[in-house]
Design a protein around this ligand. Structure first.
Ligand code: NAP
Length: 482
């Protein structure tokens, strides 16, 4: 059966596909999941122009009516829930339960921001002056560019699209080339829900080629980007030349601190979960575990034994814990870092190889890998790998662990495993990261609270929760004499 072709979506029409690129299954590269229209700079310009034309009417629509369209799109996605989960596993590689969890989250995000349409909180405060009424209302910004990565191919497009739309903006979405189908499905659902033409536009294709066109498109007022630090920094520099509003969510090198008083068994589970599930390809994944000296050797042994039980394979198969790397480039990055790790820290305690036996030769599978006795200056302790590779580091005590944890340029997520309440609060107040967990895996956030990092991991207002409205809207302040 030949693969389906998925076109771009501009001004309410499915267009393009003169040239296409393949979306292949990373668990079985012989399978083409779909062919995607290779967008052009002209299409990006057309999409931005369509978004600009659609903006006044969309911005004028009552926000609860915009919310109803988000509810409808969520219902449409819900009807295809099983299909969408399977498609995500086939395009991105994460296991089917993880993929379904993400689809559920994307649906919930659309519903959550649909509800914001009925709230859209402004400000009302008493004036110092007699018979003056003063308040601030939210207004949309205009045309917003949304650029998304492959690792959460449904949730991240959803958590940018939904707040952008509910605030009354119109958008141009550029999904990741490695996994564009899940985002395409959300756009399809918005189309079927009846979102007016031009409000949502979708242009797939190489970011390297389309990025400049997006930034150069005259109607663009803001860009929300999630991806690597390298691309984020480039976008920031380009967007600043035009004084575009910008929001960047980028890489991490997230620590989990394990103290001697932790619930040992659940600390092991939490670290394994956060480090290896989703193939270590979560931006909030743990890539450094910092263990207090008193339990260090016992913890490393337990971690290795638990990791030995993980099953790597095609995420569509039941019982699989870890799928493949998303593509060949990511596979090579991970294998390169494993070689760097071997030079820096010696042989890994477990893993360290590509897997190709037992039917895995057609995919990008890597063993979950643990390096022990990693020290602070090593590259595997400082640089984001974005794969199933964990660095274990020894700390003398809690304050040493905090020092090591903070000694990186990133600040996305961090976790502590301890039963000591005062250590928990020390961690909460002094850990330099935007997302903290206590006695939970470092990864696994919900959509109802602000999401985002600090230091070099992020720039601009937070995403998700009520905070998301801050980026996608502006205040208009009114003083009224009556
Ligand atoms: P990436 O290579 O930076 O790509 C992200 C997006 O940017 C893709 O759509 C990509 O398109 C596009 N892009 C590439 N070059 C561009 C350019 N010059 N101008 C505009 N857009 C351009 O990142 P990735 O490999 O997809 O994702 C992994 C990274 O994302 C990791 O660093 C991870 O930590 C980070 N991440 C962060 C968060 C967070 O919330 N902090 C969440 C998830 C992921 P193509 O796909 O066509 O190259």
């Amino acid at each position: 059966m030949s693969a389906q072709t998925f076109k771009n979506y501009i001004n309410g029409e499915w267009v393009g596909a003169a040239k296409t690129f393949e979306n292949r299954n990373p668990a079985n590269t012989e399978e083409v999941v779909g062919l995607f229209s290779k967008g052009t700079a002209q299409e990006v310009a057309d999409a931005a122009a369509a978004a600009a034309a659609a903006f006044p009417a969309w911005a004028a629509m009552p926000a609860p009516a915009r919310g109803n369209l988000l509810y409808k799109a969520a219902d449409i996605l819900d009807l295809k829930f099983e299909q969408l989960g399977a498609e995500m596993t086939r395009e991105e590689g994460k296991t089917l339960p993880e993929a379904k969890g993400e689809v559920r989250r994307a649906i919930n995000i659309l519903r959550y921001f649909g509800g914001e349409g009925s709230r859209m909180p402004g400000m009302l405060v008493p004036s110092e002056r007699d018979r003056v009424h003063m308040f601030a209302i939210r207004k949309p910004i205009g045309v917003v560019g949304l650029v998304t990565p492959w690792n959460f191919p449904s949730a991240i497009p959803a958590w940018k699209l939904a707040p952008a739309l509910i605030c009354g903006n119109t958008v141009v979405l550029k999904p990741a080339s490695a996994a564009p189908l899940s985002a395409w499905r959300i756009v399809e659902a918005l189309h079927e829900a009846g979102v007016p033409k031009g409000v949502v536009n979708f242009v797939a294709g190489s970011g390297g080629e389309l990025g400049q066109a997006l930034i150069d498109s005259k109607p663009l007022k803001a860009v929300s980007f999630t991806g690597s630090c390298q691309i984020g920094q480039w976008l920031h520099a380009e967007a600043s030349k035009r004084r575009l509003r910008i929001q960047l969510e980028m890489g991490g090198k997230n620590p989990t601190i394990v103290l001697a008083d932790a619930d040992f068994g659940s600390a092991v589970e939490n670290v394994v979960n956060a480090s290896f599930f989703s193939t270590g390809q979560k931006c909030t994944a743990t890539s450094r575990v910092i263990v207090e000296d008193a339990i260090y050797d016992r913890f490393v042994s337990a971690l290795v034994e638990r990791t030995r039980k993980l099953r790597v394979g095609d995420g569509m198969q039941p019982g699989i814990d870890i799928g493949p790397a998303v593509d060949e480039a990511q596979l090579h990055t991970v294998l390169e870092y494993i070689e760097i790790g071997k030079k820096e820290a010696g042989a890994p305690k477990i893993g360290g190889n590509r897997l190709s036996a037992d039917g895995l030769s057609k995919g990008y599978f890597v063993e979950p890998t643990i390096f022990a006795d990693v020290t602070e200056k090593m590259r595997i302790a400082q640089e984001e790998i974005f794969g199933p590779v964990l660095a274990v580091m020894r700390a003398k005590d809690f304050s040493d662990a905090m020092r090591i944890a903070n000694n990186i340029p990133f600040g996305l997520s961090a976790s502590i495993q301890t039963t000591n309440l005062s250590r928990v609060f020390d961690f909460v107040y002094t850990m330099e990261a935007g997302l903290l967990t206590v006695n939970l895996p470092s990864a696994g956030v919900e959509y109802q609270l602000p999401f985002g990092g600090s230091k070099e991991s992020s720039f601009g207002p937070k995403e998700q929760g009520p905070a998301a409205l801050e980026f996608y809207s502006d205040y208009k302040t009114v003083y009224l004499k009556y």
